[in-house]
Write a protein that binds this ligand. Structure first.
Ligand code: NAP
Ligand code: ZN
Length: 354
């Protein structure tokens, strides 16, 4: 039988969050039911629910950094059992048959994957995300959270972790490589920790130096302020790889000038508006500008294990369900160091608005 759970929901882009009861589907044979313990707040949640990327489907619950415990499994589930510590990221289904799915690249499913929220599910309904008490998801889209990682520091890895791990692995952020992480927010702080653990020489490029000591503590060799006079001239041609995590408009061509010849800018930040680019800024120096979209399920598991092995998770602050609206503003203002995570136990006793 379908069942209801409490969730944080918005009825429109300018409406506050409210506690609603939303329906979760009757678990299918291959489904896992997860009691959500922690849900990270990704900037993509904000872009989506504020209609910055286009019209969202309201009423909507967002959240695609989910960590919790398996509370029930369908009769065909073999890989998971009640009590397992698990996570769900940005996808909850894909065709499973196309060449991308078969290669473990479900994020690039040729038939279109199903996003964890605001996405049309195979049954035609609109998916609802992880700011909720429970979620029901196909066992193929579940990852194991290593015992070394608490739920709250693990949840952000399901999006911010894999989104930075995949391009750093793809473009080789190992020893001897000069890697710049552009923007020190949720994604950026994971990028710094991962690239440092991979052995790269990591520089953080931020709007100011106010997070300098934090950047060093995360494993960066240095932090530079992009607002300083002469910054772009002084650091021209310095980096092998730039991981661009910025959520707003930036002068892309100036940042490309920071790459060495044949250098790569891997873009993961997705500002709402188009970013102008003249080809001269990549033709000179034969530079590469590459997009990257989260990562596949197998690689997400690899990333979780990598983080546990290297002894780090996300650096977080925990918020209750009544603090999420205010936290959104703080994320946009760059005041959250570095990920806010919703403690879903705060749903208990909360009155339902509708
Ligand atoms: P976040 O925590 O808000 O971090 C974004 C960072 O961008 C900020 O910390 C800030 O760094 C920098 N920034 C913000 N406004 C800026 C401005 N006006 N000028 C220059 N720098 C600015 O966001 P997030 O959760 O890390 O997400 C970052 C972006 O990645 C979002 O657009 C999100 O939608 C996207 N995303 C993409 C994927 C993917 O698969 N490709 C996955 C998840 C998220 P400083 O304060 O250090 O300057
Ligand atoms: Zn995200």
């Amino acid at each position: 039988m379908p069942f209801t759970v409490k969730a944080l929901q918005k009825t429109g882009p300018d409406q506050p969050f409210r506690v609603a009861e939303i329906e979760r589907r009757d678990p299918r044979a291959d489904d896992v039911v997860i009691d959500i313990r922690a849900a990270g707040i990704c900037h993509s949640d904000i872009h989506t629910i504020r209609n910055e990327w286009g019209q969202a489907h309201f009423p909507l619950t967002v959240g695609h950094e989910i960590a919790g415990v398996v509370s029930a499994v369908g009769e065909a589930v073999t890989d998971w059992k009640v009590g397992d510590r698990v996570g769900v990221g940005c996808m909850v289904d894909s065709c499973g048959e196309c060449e991308q799915c078969r290669a473990g690249q479900e994020q690039d499913c040729l038939n279109g994957n199903v996003g964890t929220y605001n996405s049309q599910d195979v049954d035609g309904s609109i998916t609802q995300g992880g700011y909720a008490q429970k979620v029901v998801v196909s066992e193929r889209f579940v990852c194991r959270i290593p015992d070394a990682l608490d739920f709250d520091i693990a949840a952000p890895l399901l999006c911010a972790g894999i989104t930075t791990y995949a391009p750093l692995a793809r473009w080789g952020a190992g020893p001897g490589r000069k890697v710049a992480v552009l923007g020190l927010g949720g994604l950026g702080h994971m990028g710094v920790q991962i690239a440092a653990a991979q052995g790269a020489d990591v520089t953080v490029l931020s709007r100011s130096l106010k997070k300098e000591q934090l950047a060093i503590d995360l494993g960066a060799a240095r932090m530079l302020s992009t607002s300083e006079d002469g910054f772009f001239a002084d650091h021209r041609g310095e980096f092998d790889l730039i991981l661009n995590t910025i959520s707003a408009d930036v002068p892309l061509e100036k940042y490309l000038s920071l790459l060495k010849p044949h250098g790569v800018m891997a873009v993961v930040g997705l500002p709402p508006s188009a970013q102008p680019l003249h080809f001269r800024s990549i033709i000179g120096g034969a530079k590469v500008i590459a997009g990257s979209n989260i990562g596949g399920i197998a690689e997400t598991q690899e990333m979780l294990d990598f983080c546990a092995e290297h002894g780090f998770g996300a650096q977080i602050e925990t918020v209750g369900i009544d603090e999420v609206d205010a936290t959104y503003d703080r994320v946009v203002d760059g005041e959250v160091y570095f990920r806010a995570v919703i403690d879903t136990s705060t749903f208990e006793g909360a009155p339902v608005a509708v």
